[in-house]
Ligand binder design. Structure first.
Ligand code: CP
Length: 335
């Protein structure tokens, strides 16, 4: 495996194999599988789970890793192309990335959306430039429009819990948040659930529609897997017979990169906080999923988050297992 960048680059059987490997590594550890291998981890955006789970994954497989991020005591990093570096930044990403990559056998990169241009973010302009500089096998640890490690872990979580693929009803719901957040998780999630063969409903208020290209990609995946993808702002209809509600806040696509416009649109939407009444029309065993971090009492009520529906800790642990499977295949541990 040369890259783990997008679940769409893999067949469903490949994803099933990765999940099987993740489960096997959980039950039958292979502490020597990646002995002597090094994973470089470049975090240009903040993290808790991704940072910790990749390091833990490498240790559990017998390898090592190192982390570089701008808030460490490194030289100030310049990312803009074609710039005269007469300001505070002392090092350009054009040198920093190949140097970091040269110390490892593969590199993980996290770079959230710049959110200046929706077109540029949809084209993954910044992330693909970074991966080209690395010239090593790479893992997308969250880019402008994708978070494949989260999606693989979420797919595994639903398999673990016996949530049906075919005929399973998956609601991806926008939730209130005081700030405009990236589109990476909702974009990856709608595609993942569609690829898994589920009937997916994107529940969101007006102005928070996912981009057409993201919905088209999810619909193509659904067509291939026997699932479906619809979009609505009708909460009651969306939640009818749902197996899963996956909550996430994201930026307004109508006011992308326009902070004031986005803020004006989200004002008054603070009732989009997932709470027990949301589940009235859902199946009794409907699960609550979220990638974390999550704001309690803002995105989801404490009662739901701490209650039996919530599988957020299961999802987070599966990040480590899913990434162990990816690393095992990428770095040569697979038999
Ligand atoms: N879900 C997720 O990627 O968490 P972090 O941002 O903490 O890595």
């Amino acid at each position: 495996m040369k890259a783990f960048n997008d679940l769409a680059d893999f067949a469903r059987e490949d994803i099933a194999s990765l999940i099987e490997l993740a489960t096997r590594l959980d039950h039958s550890p292979e502490p020597e599988a990646l002995r002597g291998k090094v994973l470089s981890l470049l975090f240009l955006s903040p993290s808790l789970r991704t940072l910790a789970s990749f390091q833990a994954a490498m240790v559990r497989l017998g390898g090592g890793s190192f982390v570089i991020s701008p808030d460490m005591s490194i030289h100030g990093l310049e990312t803009r192309p074609g710039i005269v570096m007469d300001g505070t930044a002392a090092e350009h990403i054009r040198e920093a990335v190949p140097v970091i990559a040269s110390y490892g056998d593969a590199i993980g990169i996290r770079a959230f959306a710049e959110r200046r241009s929706l077109e540029a973010d949809l084209a993954e302009t910044e992330f693909s430039a970074l991966t080209k500089l690395a010239n090593k096998p790479y893992i997308n640890m969250e880019s402008a429009m994708n978070h494949p490690c989260q999606s693989l872990a979420d797919w595994k979580t639903m398999d673990d819990l016996g949530i049906p693929a075919s005929g399973g009803k998956f609601v991806l719901s926008w939730a209130y948040h005081p700030k405009a957040l990236p589109l990476a998780v909702p974009s990856a999630t709608v595609h993942m659930a569609a690829m898994r063969g589920m009937d997916v409903t994107v529940l969101r208020p007006e102005g928070f529609e996912l981009p057409d290209s993201i919905m088209d990609k999810a619909r193509s995946a659904a067509a291939a897997s026997g699932g479906s993808v619809t979009e609505t702002d009708d909460r009651q209809a969306a939640m009818q017979d749902a197996h899963v509600i996956y909550a996430k806040s994201w930026s307004s696509t109508k006011h992308y990169g326009d902070r004031a416009g986005d803020e004006a649109l989200r004002r008054g939407l603070d009732n989009w906080c997932v709470d027990e009444p949301w589940f009235e029309a859902a199946r009794d065993d409907c699960r609550f999923m979220h990638c974390l971090p999550v704001r309690r009492g803002v995105v989801v009520s404490e009662a739901v988050l701490d209650g039996p529906r919530s599988v957020v800790i299961h999802e987070a642990r599966n990040r480590m297992l899913a990434q162990m499977a990816v690393l095992h295949q990428m770095l040569g541990g697979s038999k």
